[in-house]
Structures are given as C-alpha cells and as structure tokens.
Write a protein that binds this ligand. Structure first.
Ligand SMILES: C[S@@+](CC[C@H](N)C(=O)[O-])C[C@H]1O[C@@H](n2cnc3c(N)ncnc32)[C@H](O)[C@@H]1O
Length: 224
C-alpha cells in the first residue's frame, strides 16, 4: 500500500502534544532561512496571505508574529494538522492570524474562505514542502489557483527541492526522490523549468530563485 497523504505524527515523526500541537523537526532547521528569503517580499505587501499545506502550523504562526501588517490564513487538508495549527494559533493569540481552513490542491477550482470576508485578492500565497509530496496535479492546481486569487503584483512563495534541466542538483536530492517515489509513485521532486512554465501559463512570472540549505530553493513568482 502506498501512502495517500503525508501526515505529521505518523511514520516516526514526533507524536502530538495533549492539545494537538505537532512538531515538524525540519521546521527548526528551515524556518529562519525561509524567513530570510521571503521577508523582503512580504514587507512591501498589504492585505491577506494564504498558506496552503500549513502542516503543523509552526511556520505561519512564526511569520504572522513577524509581519503584523498582514493577515495570515493557514490551511491544510489533514484534520490532525488543522487541530495542531489551531492549538498553536490559540497559544500565540495573534490578532492577524485566522483559523485554519481545508484547501485541497487536488481540486482545480479551489477557493479560500477569506475571500468572502475581505472581498480582496491575495497579497501572497505560501506553499512550503508540498508539491513533491503530492501528485503533479497539486503543483498544477497551486499555479492555477494562485493565478486566479493573487492580486497584480502579489506573490507565490514556495520552498522545497527541485530538479534543474531534468537533473538532480545533489545526490541527497536524488536519494530523497527515490524514497518519495517508493512511498507513492505519483510523488517526486519536480523540475524547476516545468514548474516555472506552468506558472507562466497562469500569469505568474518567476522573479527570484534563492538557494537554501540542504539543496532546497525558495521560488518567488509574481502575478503580472
Ligand atoms: C511535508 S508537509 C509540509 C508542511 C509544512 N508546509 C512544512 O513545511 O512543514 C506537506 C503538507 O501538504 C499537505 N498536502 C498534501 N496534499 C495536499 C493537497 N492535495 N492539498 C493541500 N495540501 C496538501 C499535507 O497535509 C501536509 O501538511
């Protein structure tokens, strides 16, 4: 049986605390480098930031505290992840962090709840470590939805490993790709140029590629 979905608190990751808070070990390594890469893009924005695949919620709670001029909207398809996000949110008691919602990137027509409340297009979409741990459709629908929901000049900011020109950039990424495909043949590290092409088809221009520790990249796409 292959894994249908990635879930924190399973397969060796730390169990949930009594209030449902989950811990992603990678968060403690990548939260600061990701912030260093995305802070300049968020600084110039106003309005709402949607995160898709928030996981434990640790990134969005940390970043909402650092960017009080923006309103942050977490989301995840897994219920235990939404419970964790909500537990971190309650603990942080930030005025600019909304309750988690379920957004499924397997759906091409995905919507976000804040649209009804704010009647505004998004300033930014965050999506970290999702598109390689999900079928390719998820990457396509991320781009489709970001193109639809971002305002002109709004940003899609992604983080994760990528191939370049069809080739892996490091042996560790190649080994990770093999293990992902072993867990689910529809998962796998995506090709940067193919992702950028799909983005361009949806009005999103790749404006910056930031090299990150452990052969990951932050990609910044701007809605034209
Ligand atoms: C590896 S985790 C990354 C979580 C978090 N962004 C981080 O970096 O710690 C992948 C996340 O993507 C979510 N995910 C998987 N399939 C998805 C889908 N079809 N739509 C939206 N999110 C999805 C999972 O529930 C999980 O929380």
């Amino acid at each position: 049986m292959t894994e249908a979905r990635f879930e924190f608190g399973k397969n060796g990751s730390p169990p949930a605390a009594v209030d449902g808070r989950l811990d992603a070990p990678a968060f403690h390594r990548n939260a600061e480098p990701i912030w260093d890469a995305i802070a300049e893009f968020l600084a110039g924005q106003t309005g709402s930031v949607l995160e898709i695949g928030s996981g434990t919620g640790q990134h969005i709670v940390t970043y909402a505290a650092r960017a009080p001029h923006l309103v942050f909207w977490p989301s995840d398809i897994v219920e235990s992840h939404r419970i964790s996000i909500e537990a971190y949110r309650r603990d942080a008691a930030l005025g600019n962090l909304r309750a988690p919602q379920s957004i499924d990137l397997m759906r091409p027509d995905w919507e976000w709840l804040g649209q009804r409340d704010t009647d505004q297009a998004l300033a930014a979409v965050l999506c970290f470590n999702v598109i390689h741990i999900a079928p390719w459709t998820v990457a396509q629908n991320l781009m489709r939805g970001a193109g639809r929901h971002l305002k002109a000049g709004g940003l899609l900011l992604t983080y994760g490993p990528y191939k370049r020109g069809g080739a892996h950039t490091a042996p560790s990424n190649e080994a990770f790709d093999t293990s992902l495909r072993g867990r689910n043949p529809d998962w796998g590290i995506r090709d940067l140029e193919t992702v950028a092409d799909v983005a361009a088809q949806n009005g999103l221009a790749l404006v910056k590629t930031v090299a990150m520790p452990a052969n990951n990249l932050v990609l910044a796409f701007e809605r034209r």
